[in-house]
Design a protein around this ligand. Structure first.
Ligand code: G3I
Length: 320
């Protein structure tokens, strides 16, 4: 049995993976990605981001998103849709001009309206806002904050609610929130203030981009999840990977396996943690080496498509 089959027996809704558009011509890769015993859920790694969806103002192109979402629908894999608002991968027309506050609010609503409507009823969840906080718990200083102010977060969730399908879960998604720390506490405060004002929010996405030997422990992840489940939200591990300083070794792979297992177990043991998504499953396609030089091999399958110790450790945790 694969990871998704085991996850479902363990009471999770899914075990899933991100898929990026360039992977779609690799048949060996796809034979694993579309094996629903391994993966019951798919997230587009890039295809639904603003620069691809709205490349010119009010011109929408869903080709890259559809290339990932449509086969997943056909294949009865759940979809986490990613994302409606982020500071990164924005189109030039949006970043190279100074819009007024009311113009930018209009642009935000128009984008969310089109994209959420287009994918209506096709997404189990939407990452409505991605990575809006700094590690110290302050708001990220990006064009949304400069131009609109912190209320852009509330507006994004209100707009999303207006246009998504009934039942689509609205998530806030971020990294370095897998411990109780300034960032995760600030986000929990935001959730409380949303709830006090009736701003809709259903879930908290824990990206879980970790480093071998430095990942949070089982207890730390559970404690951080509890901050949100105590507020009535569901949580999910949305982008799990564990990067290693190269060259790799058996010792490092053994440590990486423990790090993967601790987080998956924390989700499994948290009643309102709905599932785990890895940020791709095959080492050669990972985003890590492009961003962290000298680091890599963060996935469950190695370059020659063998399952790594981390794969077996995750399977073991789910089987327990
Ligand atoms: O589309 C261009 C292509 O035309 C060009 O030839 C090529 C040359 O480098 O670049 C392509 O764009 C790349 C894009 O991915 C699509 O493949 C960008 O350079 C590259 O920076 C971009 O990286 C993505 C990254 O987000 C951007 O920040 C990664 O693939 C994607 O996995 C990563 O995903 C993020 C999540 O959305 C949010 N959380 C963190 C996570 C990892 O960074």
């Amino acid at each position: 049995e694969g990871l998704n089959a085991l996850a479902r027996k363990a009471g999770l809704l899914y075990f899933g993976t991100a898929i990026d558009n360039p992977s779609l011509n690799n048949t060996k890769y796809l034979s694993i990605a579309y094996n629903t015993s391994e993966f019951g859920q798919v997230t587009p790694a890039n295809g639904q981001k603003w620069m691809y969806i709205e490349p010119s103002r009010n011109v929408f192109n869903y080709a890259m998103g559809d290339a990932i979402i449509k086969p997943a629908i056909q294949n009865h894999q759940m979809r986490r849709c990613h994302n409606l608002l982020w500071h990164s991968q924005l189109p030039d027309w949006l970043t190279s001009k100074n819009y007024t506050k009311s113009e930018l609010i209009g642009i935000l609503e128009n984008h969310i309206k089109h994209e959420a409507n287009y994918y209506k009823n096709e997404c189990y969840a939407w990452d409505v806002v991605n990575e809006a906080f700094n590690d110290d718990g302050t708001y990220r200083n990006d064009l949304w904050l400069w131009t609109i102010g912190p209320e852009y977060l509330e507006l994004a969730f209100k707009f999303a609610k207006k246009y998504v399908g009934r039942g689509t879960k609205l998530y806030y998604n971020d990294y370095n929130v897998e411990r109780v720390n300034n960032k995760s506490m600030a986000i929990a405060s935001m959730v409380k203030s949303f709830q006090a004002k009736d701003i809709p929010i259903d879930g908290l996405g824990f990206q879980a981009h970790f480093t071998t030997g430095k990942a949070p422990s089982y207890d730390e992840v559970k404690a951080s999840m509890k901050q949100f489940t105590d507020l009535g939200l569901e949580v999910a591990i949305t982008e799990l990977d564990v990067r290693t300083t190269l060259p790799d070794s058996d010792e490092k792979q053994a440590q990486q396996a423990k790090d993967y297992a601790a987080t998956v177990k924390a989700c499994k043991d948290t009643e309102d943690c709905v599932g785990v998504t890895v940020w791709d499953f095959w080492d050669p396609l990972s985003w890590v080496p492009d961003v962290f030089s000298g680091q890599g091999v963060p996935c469950l399958w190695s370059a020659n498509y063998t399952k790594k110790p981390a794969y077996y450790a995750v399977a073991e945790v789910l089987r327990d």
